[in-house]
Design a protein around this ligand. Structure first.
Ligand code: SAH
Ligand code: SF4
Ligand code: F3S
Length: 463
């Protein structure tokens, strides 16, 4: 019998990409092989995101495409995994193209679900009934085992891996679907996390990014000791082979903040990069979002981060057009953006998510044109700041981790080498020409040109 081929596509955040990596290696272990092409695949899995309506629409249109493919290949098996699978459950199963629906908590069962369907040819579903309830001990154990056994390097970035330190989220920001699809917060045991990083390092991983929805609030009590993210970073810094440690995403909170900044300053391995979304600069909107800080406290945290870690790069997220956001509220966001001096900010238009408290209680009052206008204006404000910060790199040499071929031009005008994409410790994107074999390695690059979001360099030497 020829080997079954599986194609997996990720539509979501880093958490989602990590799940994809785990699912891939679990399916490889049961003898399936991977393919980049949907056309060659016997099984197609899509790992989905529900954070904004647009993310879900992309999945729905992809399913339309798969429905079409199935007309000529009726045997192909299609599975929807991830956050949208959990949110829509049965409803997704009604889709003509869908055979399997599997939520994020059920991914350890994915190989079994796939095997079952080849025998029974009946649609299969595995999601959590009451997702807001505490995850059961059994589920936690299954996820723990899955996580540690199948942890691998990221599929697109050699030499790098994501390691989850916590699952779920308890924050219930009023706009956010994540607690409803990923369930309550569970912090993983520090021993398991550190062992996992050691194993990754033994397999050649050089950069590890610790993941959590509010990664800085990681807390694990073990006997007398309470482990924080700072303790995890300190322990991971001692692991030979690991050279860079990053962590995302941080929630603006006092708890453990200084400890984390101090380990960042003290450890050469912990990268001076902090992704800490403000979401809005208006205190009224922050309250309506159920964010537990005001703009002054937020800016104070950034100030402290910069005091403790000179040269730290800070990134943020904003939602524009949240219900009730007036022109004045938006001005406060613009002001905060200017003061925060982000190296980069991700700006999203508010998208009501079913069942969240904002959607239930607050009508989506800001018209689409205004959301769009505010989005464009805030991007322009941020672009100026990013441009200025990028320009500081002109003429300087920086150490970067090479990710691989850049998506755009692969041609070198001087002949020979393709364009590569890399990142600095502070998460700036750097492109330069060099041999593809550098992917997954550290190199030194001299910056010769800059744009707001990209630095352009020349290879100086390899490490
Ligand atoms: N846990 C992280 C990020 C979660 S989702 C945190 O708390 O920072 C990533 C980003 O998507 C959020 O920071 C927010 O800016 C945006 N987002 C979440 N829900 C949204 C919604 N309903 N509409 C628009 N943007 C949203
Ligand atoms: Fe969503 Fe808020 Fe949790 Fe982030 S902290 S995942 S925005 S509920
Ligand atoms: Fe990530 Fe989207 Fe789920 S942002 S956690 S894949 S809803």
């Amino acid at each position: 019998m020829t080997q079954m081929k599986v194609h997996i596509k990720s539509f979501g955040c880093q958490m989602n990409r990590l799940d994809t990596a785990l699912v891939r290696s679990s399916l490889q272990q049961v003898g399936l092989c991977l393919t980049d092409s949907v056309k060659d695949a016997d099984i197609v899995l899509i790992n989905t995101c529900s954070v904004r309506e647009h993310a879900e629409q992309r999945v729905i249109s992809h399913l339309g495409h798969l429905k079409h493919i199935r007309k000529s290949r009726p045997d192909i098996v299609v599975g929807v995994i991830g956050c949208m699978a959990q949110r829509l459950g049965e409803k997704l199963l009604e889709h003509e193209a869908v055979d399997i629906v599997c939520g994020p908590t059920q991914i350890p069962q994915i190989a079994k679900l796939v095997a079952d369907i080849f025998v029974s040819r009946k649609k299969e579903i595995a999601v959590t009934e009451k997702i807001l309830k505490k995850t059961t001990q059994k589920q936690n154990l299954a996820l723990e085992e899955f996580e540690s056994v199948f942890s691998r390097e990221d599929e697109n970035i050699p030499g790098q891996a994501y390691v989850r330190v916590m699952r779920g989220c308890n924050n219930f920001c009023t706009y956010c679907i994540v607690p409803y699809v990923r369930g309550p917060e569970v912090c993983r045991p520090p021993g398991a996390i550190i062992e996992q990083i050691k194993r990754l390092a033994d397999n050649g991983i050089k950069q590890v990014t610790l993941l959590g929805q509010t990664v800085n609030s990681y807390e694990y009590k073990q006997g007398e000791k309470t482990w924080s993210l700072a303790d995890l970073l300190a322990a991971a810094s001692d692991i030979d082979g690991i050279e860079w440690l990053k962590f995302v995403t941080s929630y603006p909170s006092e708890e453990f903040f200084d400890d984390i900044m101090h380990i960042m300053a003290a450890s050469e391995k912990v990268c001076s990069y902090l992704h800490i979304p403000a979401q809005s600069g208006s205190d009224k909107i922050l309250r309506a979002m159920n964010r537990r800080y005001d703009s002054r406290q937020y800016l104070e945290l950034l100030e402290r981060a910069r005091e403790i870690v000179p040269g730290i790069a800070i990134a943020g997220d904003f939602i524009v057009g949240f219900p009730g956001e007036t022109e004045e509220d938006f001005r406060a966001t613009v002001e905060l953006t200017k003061k925060a001096e982000y190296r980069n900010a991700f700006i999203f238009k508010y998208s009501p998510r079913p069942d969240t408290s904002a959607d239930k209680k607050l009508p989506d009052t800001v018209p689409a044109e205004i959301k769009q206008k505010r989005n464009v204006e805030l991007l322009a404000v941020q672009e100026k700041i990013s441009e200025r910060l990028s320009r500081n790199f002109l003429g300087k040499q920086v150490k970067v981790m090479v990710e691989g071929l850049s998506k755009k031009s692969h041609i070198d005008s001087t002949g020979g080498n393709p364009q590569l994409v890399a990142r600095t410790a502070t998460d700036y994107i750097v492109v330069f020409n060099g041999p593809e074999s550098l992917a997954g390695h550290f190199v030194e690059v001299k910056i010769i040109n800059t744009s707001p979001l990209t630095l352009f360099g020349e290879l100086v030497h390899e490490y």
